[in-house]
Design a protein around this ligand. Structure first.
Ligand code: DMJ
Length: 553
């Protein structure tokens, strides 16, 4: 195992800890100081958002993405994706000038006419989710936001016209033709098909037109009918027949948000069918995918390249995508339905199974944090391979996975030295990049809200400083090619989810707004879609059919 010692960025680089922006009088009480400290942190995030926006506005206005180093722009689906993904972040951060300019662009200039394959899942989570969230948060006063959302959803519905009613991967806006994955040859992924329910159901809720609800409900019916072991779904399936196209199972790319939307659809609509599916899947994750690293016993979620095998000595692949780091937040959210359980008495009052989920969430949240902490830049790579105590092979080991989490494992683990890199995992050269992804900060935010444990804010602040130190460039923020090198080589791309998700979660983690303020985004009132766009929980029933449990899962 290669371990090198490299200096981490200084924790004093920024003003949050030092308070030079808001000097504190010596006589003030400690609580006031702490509040001001976090207020300074949230202001630093607003400054980062404005810096990213300025670069986009100057060099890529109206295009999907900014390349901040070369000061160029690019088109992906030609929907001004950075603008739409940023709308509700601007609202939540109270940046009215940005919100107003973005909303006006949507009203006057957003078109759905791109003459190339445009991905149905990405359009749903970023554009439909972004428009509907901004429409709601801004008091439903801007009908253009809902109009554009409806206009695009009507086109996306064309992709559901398959023998199974499972949607094809893309749509061509100009020709209105749906297109299967890989230019027509490929199967679809379970994450893409299973990550449509929140946005389409909320659109039906707003418009009172059940057609959006029915389209995604049929997808969920089919996914529920298809055979799964302990709720774990293989990552590829056919849209022509109800058939899996692989046995491979993972919670990273191609699998992740399928599980996320089972839990979150229950929270949004109250449909118990989704809660049952979610709970079965969590049982499957515990039984088949959990393992612990060496030397520090960090829990991780591995992969099953050959699916769930009949005997108990299944092969767990030790690979974990950063994408899997959405899971700690999801587990914590579903364990408490967004309520906070701050005291030991709160915990003891919980259903024991849900308490186990919360403890697993805390363990996995710490593992995701270690994926940042154990690198020279303090930034996570895209993928890690966790070290196993019993295996010389860096990728695979045979072991019985951990079925249940021992309570409070974190409190008995010895402190991990801050300056040792790759102690618990290895990073392969092709996986060492960082795309400014949100999953870990998303989970730290949810864990902070649910547990009230200040360590999540402290970890988040360290992460934010690393982003500031290594990804901030003159005209925005850039993806990195290698988190193991200092200075890290760059990739010259600012992903739209950096503004839509990553900075929003940082802001919400540090923000001390009162719960009564809508911009606080209460987790008991809102469900954030997989692109961090908050949608309000339904009051009462939805407006389409339910799924009844005559399906075999
Ligand atoms: C985002 O578009 C969403 O969070 C999605 O669920 C996964 N990929 C990116 C962020 O990493």
């Amino acid at each position: 195992m290669a371990t090198t010692t490299v200096a981490k960025p200084l924790s004093s680089v920024y003003f949050c800890d030092n308070l030079p922006i808001l000097p504190v009088l010596a006589t003030r009480r400690t609580e006031t100081r702490k509040r001001e400290k976090w207020q300074n942190c949230s202001e630093a995030v607003v400054a980062a958002f404005r810096h990213a926006w300025k670069g986009y506005e100057t060099y890529a206005w109206g295009y999907d993405e900014l390349h901040p180093i070369t000061r160029t722009k690019s088109t992906w689906m030609d929907v001004g994706m950075t603008i739409v993904d940023s709308l509700d972040t601007a609202f939540i951060m109270d940046q009215k000038d940005i919100f107003d300019k973005a909303a006006l662009w949507v009203e006057k200039d957003l078109k759905f006419s791109h003459n190339a394959d445009s991905n149905v899942f990405e359009l749903t989570i970023r554009i439909l989710g972004g428009l509907l969230s901004a429409y709601h948060l801004s008091g439903e006063k801007n009908p253009a936001l809902l109009r554009r959302a409806t206009e695009m959803a009507d086109i996306l519905l064309l992709a559901f016209n398959t023998p199974t009613r499972l949607p094809l991967e893309s749509i061509n806006f100009a020709t209105r033709k749906p297109v299967a994955a890989n230019g027509g040859a490929g199967p679809g992924s379970v994450a893409e098909m299973g990550t449509l329910t929140l946005e389409f159901k909320y659109l039906s809720y707003l418009t009172k037109d059940p057609k959006y609800w029915e389209a995604v409900q049929q997808v969920e019916r089919v996914l529920a009918e298809m055979p799964k072991k302990d709720g774990l779904a293989p990552i590829y399936l056919s849209t022509d027949q109800k058939r899996w196209m692989t046995s491979e199972i993972r919670l990273g790319s191609r699998g992740d948000s399928y599980y996320e939307y089972l839990g979150k659809t229950y929270l949004l609509t109250g449909e118990s069918f989704f809660l049952e599916e979610y709970r079965t899947a969590v049982g499957g994750i515990r039984k088949h995918l959990l393992a612990a690293s060496s030397p520090n016993s960090f829990f991780y979620v591995g992969e099953l390249p050959h699916g769930v095998e009949p005997n108990s000595t299944a092969v767990i692949h030790n690979k974990m995508d950063h994408l899997v780091c959405f899971l700690p937040g999801l587990l914590a959210l579903l364990a408490t339905q967004g309520q906070s359980v701050v005291t030991m008495a709160d915990r003891l009052a919980m259903d024991p199974l849900l308490l186990l989920d919360l403890e697993l969430a805390e363990e996995l949240g710490e593992s995701c944090w270690q994926m940042y902490r154990q690198t020279p830049t303090g930034l996570s790579p895209e993928i890690v391979y966790w070290n196993r105590p019993d295996s010389d092979d860096e990728a695979v080991s045979r072991n019985v996975p951990i079925a249940n989490v021992p309570a409070h494992a974190a409190s008995i683990r010895p402190a991990v030295s801050a300056d040792v890199n790759e102690q618990d995992f290895q990073i392969r050269p092709l996986d060492a990049h960082n795309l400014l992804r949100p999953e870990t900060i998303e989970s730290l935010f949810v864990l902070w809200r649910v547990t009230g444990n200040k360590k999540y804010r402290e970890w988040g602040w360290e992460m934010f400083q690393s982003f500031e130190t290594y990804t901030k460039v003159e005209n925005g923020y850039t993806s990195l090619a290698n988190v193991k090198e200092i200075p890290p080589p760059t990739r010259d791309k600012m992903e739209t989810f950096f503004l839509g998700e990553t900075l929003k979660y940082f802001y919400l983690l540090f923000s001390d707004l009162p719960e009564t303020n809508e911009r606080y985004v209460s987790l008991t009132k809102y469900v954030l879609n997989t692109e961090a766009h908050p949608l309000p929980k339904f009051d009462g029933q939805g407006i389409g059919t339910a799924i009844t449990r005559n399906v075999e899962s």
